[in-house]
Design a protein around this ligand. Structure first.
Ligand SMILES: [Zn+2]
Length: 169
């Protein structure tokens, strides 16, 4: 059994290789999204403020966006790709200066990652179709979920109730 270490090494190498994704490299943060565009493409499609927040994980100033005090009935969609994200039915007054919702229209549409920036541990939320950064979710929301999706207005567009929504790209 002199060859045992070599055999073990071969098996181990095989396991490591099997776990290594073989797909071509895509820009960081865009892995697995249905809609993938380069930062350059997004830059040409979005306004500078949208690009800073959606593709650069920025945050708009509180009380500065279009939707923190917006009360019309309808659907809030991803500003980058038009995926329906939040309904006016789940919007609530949070007093934070950012539009706040207690749940997404479809939990599969809003993804989350752990964000450890600025010395805090927060849950970042993004559009699950294009990967665009939306904001964060906190556990101090109202019933029934107890969640507060704190979203940048600039990451959203609004479609009034009854109007058709079509995805971009
Ligand atoms: Zn999107």
């Amino acid at each position: 059994m002199k060859n045992l270490p070599i055999i073990l090494l071969a098996i181990l190498t095989g396991l490591i290789m099997a776990c290594t994704p073989t797909r071509t490299k895509v820009p960081k943060g865009d892995i697995n999204y249905e809609l993938v565009k380069s930062q350059e493409e997004w830059k040409s499609l979005l306004s500078p403020q949208q690009f800073r927040v959606l593709r650069g994980h920025g945050t708009e100033r509180a009380f500065s966006g279009a939707f923190w005090d917006h009360k019309n009935e309808g659907t809030y969609i991803c500003a980058a790709c038009n995926l329906p994200l939040f309904s006016s039915d789940t919007k609530f007054k949070s007093g934070t200066g950012w539009p706040s919702y207690y749940q997404p229209i479809d939990s599969a549409s809003v993804g989350s990652t752990i964000d450890r920036s600025y010395g805090m541990t927060r849950i970042e939320v993004h559009c699950n179709r294009c990967g665009g950064h939306l904001g964060h979710v906190f556990r101090d929301g109202p019933r029934p979920t107890g969640l507060r999706y704190c979203i940048n207005s600039v990451s959203l567009d609004f479609v009034p109730k009854g109007e058709e929504i079509s995805l971009k790209y």
